[in-house]
Design a protein around this ligand. Structure first.
Ligand code: PLP
Length: 403
């Protein structure tokens, strides 16, 4: 083994020298140490909305770091960037009068949102309401709550006992969810779902599904949680998937696109109603992180959101989607891919075969897409040009022909 680094979601035995060392980025392109450029069709990992090399964010972070890099926001402390980014996020969300909890990773946001849903029920005196309903294909990060909430079975396996009270339903089957509620409705705390399932294979919800979940939660006194770690910040053509689909959850997570990954930032948006419940006199929210409200990370968030707004990147998602759909439909009609699915600026090309060799072939042609079993995920920066989209589709066609 030629190094100490243990890589995430990677074969632990793979030698460090077999990895591709990414050293630089500009626009939608990243470069390895040999100077090879790759159009980043997965925006790092579903997140780099504004693209690479944005000195405006670097400058905002530098300026903040020169004042103070970070200081905790546990009472009695607060700071300007944390306040500002929380306000900006709430204003753009379906809960403009809600509250925003901050963390660093999507996994932290997921574990926190699950704890908030549970504590709301405990505080209401409904201590038996502990069940979290989750869907097959769901991906919710890798902390204990998120691992227990995984709808990708392989990610749940091998760790020993997980968190109790998670119940799974087939991902697009509203009837199955209704049956579960009929049987266990008085013990369900919340339903956890991505608006568009991402890492589980890019599955937009079937028509009426999210509305149906909202209805079931309302009928049975449960909370609806959207995990917007991928969908949030423009990916589906609105600031949040909740707005694209016209369904308002009680709680939502975000991460990734909030800073385009310039620094780690994540969080939970809490509806006004639930915020009021948490604000009962004497209640102390006994959860949070050293880096909740980290000054420099929040400054990156403010700068990133400002860029997204100024450049109209949220509206751009649908333009990117139209171009990608055109390309993917042509590949499907030529028989080069089996099918495609997706919406906004997030897609999967289904090939019904192992896609790792295709990914490797595409990289030799300067394009990155992410293999997910039998499909390739496509989720480019929201600044990608039409020409770059064309190159991605060409590289996929070439790989599908030759591999
Ligand atoms: C929907 C969703 N939730 C949570 C996470 C976990 O985020 P992180 O890897 O930042 O912990 C991810 C990561 O891809 C995600 O897609």
């Amino acid at each position: 083994m030629s190094g100490a680094l243990l890589h995430p979601f990677s074969p632990a035995g793979q030698d460090e020298s077999d990895y591709i060392n990414i050293v630089r980025g500009e626009g939608s392109t990243v470069y390895d140490e040999a100077g090879n450029g790759y159009i980043d069709g997965i925006a790092n990992l579903w997140l780099c909305q504004v693209g690479y090399g944005r000195t405006e964010i670097v400058d905002a972070v530098t300026q903040q770091m020169n004042q103070i890099h970070g200081y905790n926001t546990f009472a009695p402390f607060t700071n300007g960037p944390a306040r500002q980014v929380a306000d900006m996020i709430a204003e753009r969300s379906p809960h403009p009068d809600g509250r925003v909890f901050l963390g660093s990773s999507g996994s932290e946001a997921v574990d926190t949102v699950l704890k908030i849903a549970r504590v709301i029920m405990q505080n209401r005196g409904q201590s038996d309401r502990q069940i979290i309903v989750k869907r097959t294909n769901g991906y919710h990060g890798t902390n204990w709550g998120g691992t227990s909430a995984q709808g990708i079975a392989a990610n749940r396996e091998g760790w020993g006992d997980l968190v109790p009270h998670f119940m799974e339903v087939p991902h697009d089957d509203l009837e199955a969810a209704a049956s579960l509620f009929a049987e266990h409705g008085d013990r369900i705390a919340a339903v956890l779902t991505e608006p568009v399932q991402g890492a589980g294979g890019v599955y937009p919800p079937v028509d009426g599904y999210l509305e149906g979940l909202r209805r079931l939660c309302d009928q049975h006194g449960a909370l609806l949680i959207f995990d917007e770690v991928i969908c949030g910040f423009g990916r589906t053509g609105s600031w949040f998937g909740a707005q694209t689909f016209g369904v308002t959850p009680d709680l939502m997570t975000f991460a990734k696109g909030v800073t385009s990954g310039y620094l780690p930032l994540s969080g939970v948006i809490v509806s006004q109603e639930l915020s009021e419940e948490l604000s009962e006199p004497g209640y102390l929210l006994r959860t949070g992180y050293t880096y909740s409200g980290h000054n420099a990370a929040c400054a990156a968030g403010v700068a990133n959101i400002n860029i997204m707004e100024r450049e109209g990147l949220v509206d751009r998602a649908d333009h990117i989607g139209a171009k990608l759909q055109e390309g993917l439909a042509a590949l499907a009609s030529d028989g080069l891919i089996d099918s495609w699915r997706g919406m906004g600026a997030v897609y999967a090309a289904e090939l019904n075969r192992d896609t790792v060799p295709l990914r490797n072939a595409m990289m030799a042609n300067g394009v990155i897409m992410r293999p997910m079993g039998t499909c390739l995920a496509i989720c480019p920066p929201l600044i990608i040009t039409d020409e770059e989209i064309g190159k991605m589709i060409d590289a996929l066609a070439e790989a599908a022909k030759t591999v």
